[in-house]
Structures are given as C-alpha cells and as structure tokens.
Design a protein around this ligand. Sequence first.
Ligand code: GLN
Length: 456
Amino acid sequence: TEAFLTAIDKADALNAFVHKTPELALERAKAADARIQAGDAPDMCGLPIGIKDLFCTKGVPSQAASRILEGFTPEYESTVSQKLEDAGAVMLGKLNMDEFAMGSSNETSVYGNAINPWRRGNDDADLTPGGSSGGSAAAVAADLCLAATGTDTGGSIRQPAAFTGITGIKPTYGRCSRWGVVAFASSLDQAGPMTKDVRDAAIMLEAMCGHDAKDSTSSELAVPNFEAMLTGDIKGKKIGIPKEYRMDGMPAEIEKLWAEGTEMLKAAGAEIVDISLPHTKYALPAYYVIAPAEASSNLARYDGVRYGHRATLGAGDGITEMYEKTRAEGFGHEVQRRVMVGTYVLSAGFYDAYYNRARRVRTLIKQDFENVFAQGIDAILTPATPSAAFGVGEMTDADPIQMYLNDVFTVTVNLAGLPGVSVPTGLNDQGLPLGLQLIGRPWEEGDLLNTAYALE
Ligand code: GLN
C-alpha cells in the first residue's frame, strides 16, 4: 500500500486519482496485515485498488466528476465497494471519469481528463485513456493500483480497457448491485472490474457480485468461483463472428487484430462460425435515445437542495431561479446535452416516435443475440473499439457524433444486458494497445472469462 501511495503521488500528471485516501488506506492495510497473520485472509486481502468516483464511498467525497456534487460526502458505502472492502481490498482513493459517466475520453470530467500512460510511437502528445472509466484504466495501466472498479453503460469499462492494454469485464445486467452507484441510465448501468489480466478480473468480479436486497434488479443466482473456471480449455466451443461488425472504413489494424484473435481461438480448438446480428446498425441510435432518456430522469434529483452544489442567488430569486442557476452551473456541456435530448425524447409529442421506438429496437437487438445463442454459439468475438487511443482534444465537443461512434461495438451488449469482456490482444504499428471483445451468454461470465483467458 505504501509503495502504491508513493507511485500515485509521483504520477499526479496522469490525473488518474481525483481524491486520495492515504490515511484510510494505511489503516485498512494494517487491518489486512492482522487478518493475514491471524490466518483469516479473504481473497483480496491487502490488495490496493482504486474506486471510480461514481461509487459512493462513506466519508470520502464522491462527485461523479461533476461540479453539481461538489462537497458531497456520502453517509453510506455502495454495495460493490463494501463487498470489495469485505474481501480485504484496500481503497487508495477515487478515480477520474467522465462527468456522470457520459463520455468516451474522460474529457467531460470537472477535474480535467486523465491521461493515458501510453504514447503513440515517439510522439509525446497526450492520449486519452478512453472513458468514462478513464481514471481507472490509466491507474491500472500505470501501476498506480493493482486493479480498479469501473462502470459500463455503453462501453465505459471495455473501451478504456482496450485503450490502455488492460482487461475489463462488464458482467450480465443484474450481477452487481447498483446500490450506491450514482445512476446514469439505470437499465444499462453495470459495475465491473478493470485489471491487469483475466485471472485478476475473475477474482475481483467474484468479490463484487451477488444479490443485494437494496437493488431490485440484482440477481439471486449463486455467484460461481470464476477463477476456478479458468482452465484454458475451449475445445469445441463455438465462437461467432458477426458480419455486421465488419463496418465500412474499419482500419486495417483492427481487421488484422480481429483476424489474429479468430486464429488464436481456432488454434485453441474452438470452432469459428460466421453469424449475423441484423439489427446491429440501429444499436447506436437506440442507445443515444434510451441512455439520455434515463439520464434526464435520474439527474432530476440534482436540484440544489438535496446534494452538493447550489448557485449563489440574487435578490428576488425564487425556487425556479435556484434550480435553473444551480443546474446551469453544476452540469457540464455534455451532461446538459444529454438532459435536453432525454427530456425531448420523453416529451408527450415525441415519446412514441423516439423513446418507444428505441425500446422496440432494443428488443430486436436482444433477440438477435438470443437467436445466435439458440444456434449453439457460446461466445461472440468482435473488436472492442474502432481505433486505438486517440489524442486529447482530437475529438472535440464540436462533433459529439464522432465521440459517440466510439461505442459502436460495445453498446449492443448493454442494450441486450449481456456480459462482455475486453482483452488486450496486441499493439498496433505505433506501439499502442488494441483490444478484442468477447460477448457471452447471460450469467455465463465464468465461461466467457475462460475464453478470454485463451485469448490473452
Ligand atoms: N460513451 C458512452 C456514453 O457516453 C458510454 C458511457 C458509459 O458506458 N458510461 O454514453
């Protein structure tokens, strides 16, 4: 723990940790030592980790990287971070992210973006670690912690994992309790681990998941020992390659990576099957209707009364001005855009045309996956991202669609509620990491991680 705390202090330039908790960490590390000495060490005893700022942590500022939560220090601990603490993990601090987890570059954070420890060839320019769990990815890649929590609504664990050469899994919707995790889009949000490798992901995922009476969508299914399922044996497994993911203009390096990953799985004894997921092209538009709709509702609670920031009011300002000024000051541009889009698609005149249509598309996307699983497909292999990490400022706010396109391979998985893992599988010509995604059957994270294990 001491070594990691020193490393974190030396790496301030990466802007990965937005709130450090050294005293608390040392106290918990001592307690972990005592448990180890007493011979009662749980799985993650004494392992130093980082927690994304989206998780509420008792007595420790939890701002979701937003100005509107300035000064908010929760009285409670999220179920997932509590479970990690119970498993002996030692929190080193809170990690940077896009504001309310809305973004793919960490650039919407009120703290400014975290920086990717990787460089493009000899070019010194800063690259983004991806987002929204960009601080988590940067911290794990730069050895500032052994592992970190992330959350994934449309790719926020898998894309930053791919951009930084680490492993990240979004479990099946309902595997991890959402209680105490600041809500973005409740029907899509899931927490998951971001780790150095697949084995660490298996260990940490087991510690994070399980039923929680405080989240009615959390599953009552038993949590398997995921690590024990990492045999590396994938003989006879059927791996689907969806033709719709071979998008126009896909960079040659991504095509090559995908082909190499396919060969690796084949060499390990898997059967490769061409499949079709016909509604894939509608996933991104459907996601960018559903996620903002849910966000506009979830973010209504930030009213200047219940949490965090309140604007300074002028003489004669009433409650309406208080709401308006607080929300105008407290939310950044991207969050405001989502609230506006969400409010629009839910409004009486447009509800059927946008929100209801997007929900129907979501069902079709889910059925696409159900159909291929019914044909005996065990997992689906796709690229995790359409490119390697891009430069800070390269995809500016001026063109949000460019940024949204980053999520093209990941949002389908959230819409269908399936588990998806991003595995680092190589470097491009400029020496930047690239990742492949494996999508699994619902509740079969163990099997999925075992396939990922064969790929790493
Ligand atoms: N980039 C996507 C978005 O901005 C996904 C974010 C996430 O998964 N939290 O909505």
